[in-house]
Design a protein around this ligand. Structure first.
Ligand code: B12
Ligand code: SF4
Length: 528
């Protein structure tokens, strides 16, 4: 039998399919965006394989298709499967490993390949701990290489790892990563692949219709029917100087920014609309400060079909932005002129010291970190006013906890966060509030603090904030340093013990509850 099937899948979150896993404190089904959208990372990869007539690429979203159906499909088709390729996030990594083990048990000749953010940040620990994974790809600029690699496997060609930038493999000397290369942002999606082997779209549309559509109708009077992530660029202004916010686990890879041209970006939007989507979720990590040039170029040359539509009939676009970008009237007006109607802003903290501890201020403007953090706090509030004046909704995110947080700081944060929510609620600007206890995820600075007691100590000295004693920090670091499976709630608890000695995890969880209850009382929906 010919082995031509290539499964590319995103596993379900591990806490849904493995009992007793304290994966996140929030149940994924309560996440207001859960399973409402197709997975663009998986669609990129299957679309890149599709032009190869010798392959049968299969799109599979484990948040939609039952795990047993996925496993049975692998067992039943083992003889014709060439590779099972798994997109691993921290929340689904253990479930991903389970699928890889099942694959190898069904037929050890099937090649298993890992990728995505969790794997990219922990290539060494994952490859050492998981013999069921044959290869991996780290980073984002790997789509064409991945397609070449699978093509070589299909034809039984010998694999020369050096020929595949971003490839991760094992050697006698340990885990090796081939240097990554530059690759344009992928934009040739074949949306028909989403339903070719398993029905996904009807489920996405159903969930979208229950969760997002009614809310948008209520807040804006707009009827939206189906949503999709759209990638016009990736990156954040903070990655330029390797200066990410402490909790940010987004993996930019080796390019701090990668983007389409304005014409290509309009092409991606046109394709999504032509495929029936009217709610476009721009995946770019930060739009107003990072992609101003691209957005200006787009505004200068809109396509005729878009210009001919009334504002009400244009696609409803949502994206991410920093508060200091949105507080700038001109940048916000640019976004709304392009049809952006909702912006997700990580407001994150209430107290300036906390914003500084989270490393939120931009480095270039940071003569005095505290003064900049104070300014950023004011900009959180200004962003609410500017968004309101420009008809832009805000989905606001808050993080509870940071390195060196004291009881007094927690209280100050709570008071100021509640004040921001009261203001956003009063103006009807907040479409939702997402709030979570700080989760140190692999790839983030907070993860480095967890596994490197000296780095944490230097940061605490720089900030003038206290953390736990060296013995406690070392003991906790020893627990996580070589871990491939990261159970978020356990990591959150250890982070609290190591870096917020005055507080318990329950204090933080209680603060999170208070924020959520306050948001509800202000008539604001709770997201994650
Ligand atoms: C859109 C989005 C969502 C959407 C859509 C999710 C979906 N199914 O696609 C929604 C809102 C539903 C969502 C949900 C969640 N998300 Co989300 N999401 C994003 C976001 C903003 C963009 C992702 C995207 O589509 N990018 C564009 C595509 C083309 O790129 P990509 O997915 O990164 O894929 C590329 C590479 O990673 C790689 N790759 C991906 N998969 C694979 C697989 C293989 C085999 C290989 C070789 C390569 C590979 O190749 C792709 C092409 O370049 C990112 C942040 C960001 N900007 O990256 C967070 C992000 C990925 N999400 C994150 C999280 C935590 C979640 C949730 C777990 C949240 C929760 N509370 O449960 C769930 C998990 C849902 C799931 N199982 O898929 C984290 C992951 C952190 C981590 N280290 O694990 C991120 C990085 C944000 C963050 N830092 O907090 N998310
Ligand atoms: S959290 Fe947002 S602003 Fe901070 S580094 Fe990540 S993407 Fe950029």
């Amino acid at each position: 039998m010919t082995r031509d099937k290539v499964l590319v899948l995103i596993p379900p979150n591990s806490n849904i399919v493995i009992s007793g896993r304290l994966l996140t404190v929030t149940n994924p089904a309560e996440h207001s965006d859960w399973s409402d959208f197709l997975c663009l990372g998986v669609l990129s990869l299957v679309s890149a394989l599709a032009p190869n007539p010798d392959l049968d690429p299969i799109y599979l979203d484990g948040t939609i298709i039952e795990l047993d159906d996925v496993l049975n499909y692998i067992t039943d088709n083992a003889g014709s499967i060439l590779a099972v390729c798994i997109g691993m996030l921290t929340a689904n990594y253990e479930a991903g490993r389970m699928i890889a083990r099942h694959t190898k048990a069904a037929d050890p000749r099937i090649v298993t390949i890992a990728g995505n953010d969790h794997f990219s940040s922990l290539t060494g620990p994952c490859m050492r701990a998981a013999p069921e994974l044959d290869y991996g790809f780290a980073g984002n600029e790997i789509v064409t290489v991945f397609a070449d690699f699978i093509g070589a496997l299909r034809h039984g060609k010998p694999i020369d790892p050096a020929a595949y930038p971003g490839l991760v493999h094992r050697t006698a000397h340990g885990v090796q990563l081939t240097d990554p290369h530059r690759e344009p942002v992928f934009a040739s999606y074949d949306y028909s692949l989403v339903d070719r082997a398993f029905p996904h779209t009807s489920h996405y549309t159903e969930f979208f219709g229950h969760r997002i559509a009614p809310r948008m109708q209520e807040l804006t009077g707009r009827a939206v029917t189906a949503g999709v992530p759209v990638e016009i660029g990736r990156g954040c202004v903070k990655f330029a100087a390797s200066d990410a916010c402490s909790f940010c686990s987004i993996q930019p890879g080796h390019l701090w920014r990668n983007q389409l041209t304005p014409q290509q970006a309009w092409g991606a939007i046109s394709d999504a609309c032509a495929n029936g989507y009217d709610y476009l979720y721009l995946t770019a990590d930060e739009l107003p400060l990072t992609f101003a040039q691209l957005l200006t170029g787009m505004a200068a040359a809109p396509p005729a079909w878009w210009s001919s539509l009334s504002e009400h009939d244009r696609p409803f676009i949502v994206g991410y932005g920093r508060a200091d970008g949105i507080a700038d009237e001109r940048r916000t007006a640019l976004l709304t002129s392009l049809g952006v109607r909702q912006i997700m802003i990580g407001m994150d903290a209430g107290a300036p010291v906390s914003l500084a501890a989270m490393n939120k201020p931009l480095r270039a403007r940071r003569g005095n970190l505290l003064a900049e953090a104070e300014k950023l706090y004011r900009q959180n509030s200004e962003a609410i006013t500017v968004a309101h004046d420009n008809g832009l909704l805000i989905r606001a995110g808050f993080v509870v906890g940071h390195l060196g947080m004291t009881r007094e700081l927690l209280q100050e944060n709570l008071e100021r966060i509640l004040a921001l929510i009261t203001e956003g609620g009063r103006l009807g600007v907040f479409s939702a509030v997402d709030t979570e206890v700080l989760s140190p995820q692999p790839g983030a600075k907070d993860w480095t603090y967890l596994i490197d007691p000296d780095a944490a100590w230097s940061a605490s000295v720089r900030l003038g904030l206290g953390i736990a004693d060296e013995a406690t920090r070392k003991q906790i670091a020893g627990r996580w340093a070589e871990q491939d499976v990261v159970t978020p709630e356990e990591a959150m608890r250890d982070y609290t013990t190591a870096f917020m000695p005055e507080l318990s995890f329950d204090d933080l969880a209680q603060a999170r509850r208070t924020i959520r209850e306050h948001a509800k009382a202000c008539g604001v929906v709770i997201g994650e």
